[in-house]
Design a protein around this ligand. Structure first.
Ligand code: HEM
Length: 154
């Protein structure tokens, strides 16, 4: 079972890196940006985005690979349809959403186009923060469900 332990450690550390960065962006960086406390907002945003995106891509791929490995090793395919294991389906859907955002909608410019539509600059930062907050809250709910559910408290 050493391989399961390694996969679980990789899985959880990658989740920490990915969702921790999302929390920093949502709770620290975007509020400062909205209050115009960072000077050139566009430059600050692109500097953070350029550093965050490659790291998030690596973390998301590691989460997916380790998660799928765990599914096979623990033979959990059958529980996908059981309501009390909702967090397993939620993990997979959340992961798919980020794969789409980071590998398709981001690089093709669709995301930038959607986020820049309508309103002045401040309205756009507000919208950006709202979207990040929703994504963060969903991740926290999934993590809470996964930790309590996989230890028999679900
Ligand atoms: C393709 C995507 C994913 C798959 C296939 C997957 C699969 C799994 C599996 C099979 C486990 C072990 C469950 C158990 O020990 O009973 C697990 C654990 C975990 N997953 Fe995922 N996962 C995925 C994505 C995610 C995402 C996106 C998050 C966070 C938002 C996440 C958070 C966690 C956490 C925190 C645990 C540890 C639970 C614990 O043992 O305390 N996973 N995952």
């Amino acid at each position: 079972m050493a391989d399961v332990a390694v996969a679980l450690v990789v899985h959880v550390l990658s989740v920490v890196w990915w969702i921790g960065s999302l929390a920093f962006i949502t709770a620290v960086f975007l509020p400062l940006l909205r209050k115009a406390q960072l000077g050139d907002e566009q430059a600050a945003f692109h500097a953070i985005e350029n550093r965050f995106e490659p790291q998030a891509r690596i973390a998301v791929v590691l989460v997916g690979l380790s998660g799928i490995y765990l599914l096979f090793r623990l033979n959990l395919w059958s529980v996908f349809l059981q309501a009390r294991f909702w967090w397993l389906d939620a993990m997979a859907l959340y992961w798919l959403l980020f794969m789409l955002l980071l590998f398709v909608l981001g690089p093709t410019g669709v995301l930038r186009h959607v986020m820049r539509r309508g309103g002045d600059e401040m309205a756009r930062w507000r919208r950006m923060q709202r979207v990040h907050l929703v994504l963060l809250v969903i991740a926290l709910v999934i993590i809470a469900g996964a930790v309590s559910g996989s230890h028999g408290f679900g």
